[in-house]
Design a protein around this ligand. Sequence first.
Ligand SMILES: Cc1ncc(COP(=O)(O)O)c(C=O)c1O
Length: 424
Amino acid sequence: MHSVPTVDDLLTLFPSDTARDSDGMLTVGGCRLDDLAGEYGTPVMVVAEGSLRRRARDYRDLLARRWPDSQVVFASKAFPCTAVQRLLVSEGLWLDVAGGGEIVAALAAGADPATLVLHGNAKTTEEIALAVGSGVGTVVVDNLDDIVRLDAAVPPGHTQDCLVRVIPGVQASTHAAHATGHEGSKFGLSPAAAKQAIARIEASGRLRMLGLHTHVGSQILRADELAAAVAPLAALGQYPVYDLGGGLGARYTYADRPPTLDEYLDALIGAAREHLPTGARILIEPGRSVVAANAVTVYTVITVKPGAVTFVAVDGGMGDNLEVALVGQRFEATIANRVGGGQMVTVVGRHCESGDVLSDGVPLDKPRVSDLLVVPATGAYCYTMSNNYNGARRIPIVFASGGQARQVVRRESWQDLLARDVTV
Ligand SMILES: Cc1ncc(COP(=O)(O)O)c(C=O)c1O
């Protein structure tokens, strides 16, 4: 399908408040992408603030409609930018934080510590002390050593609420690096080991056994695979809270057909009705499916190299989007003011790796030097995995809404690249 996309096909991959100006230039949140590129430089990530807010509300409302005592907990790791977290917190979402850095960011974003859910398969003593000391509401126990460290960190007279992460034994059809629910996963405890953890928490005077957690993996395009994790939890007993994880896939390509929120929640909450106590509270932890579709990255074409394969090379790449190199995720692309159609090219980045490909085989309309090239669906796991490979400066983030733009993260400076060197 990606060989002949129509303009309409392409726009379905963009944030809902994307349009084309009279001269064909794309606008996101009412802002022309050439204006944003002119003001903030390229590469730049543009977040459609209104459409992100609507997605958060849909998640919250559609879950609450099915299970009133419920809570959406945004998986910060998908986009740990304080402006994003602040927006989601303002819509009533809690935050899942994996490790000390994400606790610090969530607190800086103004999240109530009681609404933070701490994860990590290798939480250090320092991170556990930070969590307990900051009043993080819920800690997800991933191994028996977490219990030892937590017991030592909680001051006398206090208690720390805990969930136990259970491996549900669900092999999801996603990239191996994204799967976490199968037997042998490094995350969580087998049901037998979870029983041991539960007994130890219940025996501790400082820890409270609040409930169970499970997470099947990420970029999962089948609702039944996500729902399959619920029944194994029920076998471990009845608790006040069940955190059913995240994992709903996002739409990156024309071929992707992720379940809608309604389809996903029908399946998940259907399984909860069948297997979990009616009085329990249910948490879900989506990351990718909240943010992926609500941001685009704008690059400048630096060179077009014709040949057996025509390479269109841009001023970013695996420094700002590792998803392609890491898990082979396919992304689509277009020239910002000549949307859709054209000749097949391969869009590559500026980094010294042949795997530094942004889009392998994508039709672009007469790409030339200085064109603006846009990659949709970059809101998840791109900012968070951005890096300084080849001296790349991490890119800015701009929120666009109602024709107004505001920068929420600035581009790194050359000086920033040297900032941690003790001797220069
Ligand atoms: C424990 C946990 N919860 C939630 C998520 C969010 O997953 P996703 O971004 O696929 O929704 C992850 C990431 O894989 C995770 O590890």
